[in-house]
Design a binder for this molecule. Structure first.
Ligand SMILES: Nc1ncnc2c1ncn2[C@@H]1O[C@H](COP(=O)(O)OP(=O)(O)OP(=O)(O)O)[C@@H](O)[C@H]1O
Ligand SMILES: [Mg+2]
Length: 262
């Protein structure tokens, strides 16, 4: 039943993540202006957009941290407000600006996250050890979060998002500060998890990475989705086809979006 629900069979939709007509303002600043996203199981969906476009706001709403003023968000078919606990059980989340307990050790932090999510102790220790080894952090397990470099913290956050056995990974600039080898390891693991049925949404400004890593891309500007598709579809929309990089496509479409909104 959980599986049927996870596949979005309830209501007849086949989407595992749905953000439907979301509006969100912070005081007089309108961050989301009728944003709609629908994402299928197994996708690695790249969420692109200029600074302030609304990517983090969208991911925070999907992660149940922020209430939209209007609209509905569902994860695995569960409404993130009305069925918050069920929805949150499905997610692993890497926040953009993590407020992590500075005076916990890496190990204590990961144990805390695992306990919060009800992962059985034996299983938790096993997957924590696996990922600490995987990211080369095994010898640092006893060090305080406060003492970590940005890239190391990012790897700890990645481990925290993986150990909860997520069906949906919400990744807000997940590779910020990671060295090239760590980025490779991170991408490999996200790919492996999505091949096993998980789904990922990745917000990023690293367009070369997104071009190679993501299966589909959505471009947000001023709180709405202005384009969506794989690279070929986006090239067609931007230039009518031909050869172009995601960077060229992005700059063209965002530029057009800015002209239209003047
Ligand atoms: N806590 C907040 N209080 C006030 N305004 C906010 C807050 N968080 C976001 N905003 C505003 O909402 C808009 C969308 O911000 P958001 O962080 O979602 O953008 P983003 O696409 O993630 O940008 P970036 O690429 O810089 O991370 C911006 O205008 C931002 O200034
Ligand atoms: Mg952001």
């Amino acid at each position: 039943m959980g599986y049927m629900r996870a596949m979005g069979k309830v209501g007849g939709s086949s989407f595992i993540v749905e953000a439907l007509d979301l509006y969100k303002s912070y005081g007089s600043i309108r961050a989301l202006n009728g944003l709609t996203l629908r994402i299928r199981p197994g996708e690695i969906y790249g969420l692109l957009g200029p600074n302030g476009a609304g990517k983090t706001t969208t991911l925070k709403i999907l992660a149940g941290l922020l209430k939209p003023d209007k609209g509905v968000a569902r994860i695995c078919g569960y409404d993130v407000i009305d069925e918050r606990e069920k929805a949150l059980e499905c997610i692993g989340y890497i926040p953009e600006n993590p407020l992590v307990f500075q005076n916990l050790t890496i190990e204590e932090f990961l144990e805390f996250i695992g306990a919060l999510r009800g992962i059985p102790r034996g299983e938790l220790v096993e997957s924590m050890n696996y990922y600490l080894e995987y990211f080369g952090l095994h010898s640092k397990r006893g060090e305080l979060i406060a003492s970590l470099s940005r890239g190391m913290l990012q790897k700890v956050l990645a481990i925290a998002s993986f150990i909860v056995k997520p069906k949906v990974l919400l990744l807000d600039e997940p590779m910020a500060g990671m060295d090239p080898e760590s980025q490779r390891l991170f991408k490999d693991e996200v790919r492996r998890l999505t091949k096993k049925g998980a789904t990922a949404i990745v917000s990023s400004h690293l367009l070369d990475m997104v071009e190679r890593f993501c299966t589909r891309v959505g471009i947000i500007s001023n709180g709405v989705l202005i384009a969506e598709g794989n690279l070929d579809e986006l090239k067609k929309k931007a230039f009518g086809g031909g050869e172009a990089s995601l960077e060229e496509v992005f700059l063209k479409l965002v530029g057009e979006g800015a002209e239209e909104s003047v």
